[in-house]
Design a protein around this ligand. Structure first.
Ligand SMILES: [Zn+2]
Length: 90
């Protein structure tokens, strides 16, 4: 089983060291690995998929958590739904 740290590193390799919301370049210590779906919204075996990690700066992470349930804007929920990773009502 992967750890969240490994998932975050895989995401960094995929998209680079940046905030995926505001596209600001980030240093190692500034990168937050946001988990798009918690265990109540996806299957246990999907929890550590790279697709469910989004890199964010602290400002975007805080702002999105204040604005949207789970810190996930609608476009992000749509994206994971289209990947078949979102379980409604589970
Ligand atoms: Zn940002």
């Amino acid at each position: 089983m992967r750890t969240w740290k490994q998932v975050k590193l895989a995401r960094i390799i995929l998209v680079g060291k940046k905030c995926e919301e505001c596209h600001r370049k980030l240093k190692d210590g500034e990168i937050i690995g946001h988990h798009v779906l918690g265990k109540e919204f996806t299957k246990k075996e999907n929890l550590y998929l790279t697709e469910l990690c989004r890199l964010r700066c602290v400002d975007c992470e805080r702002a999105l958590h204040q604005r949207y349930p789970g810190g996930n804007p609608p476009h992000l929920v749509q994206e994971v739904k289209s990947l078949g990773l979102y379980l409604m009502g589970v």
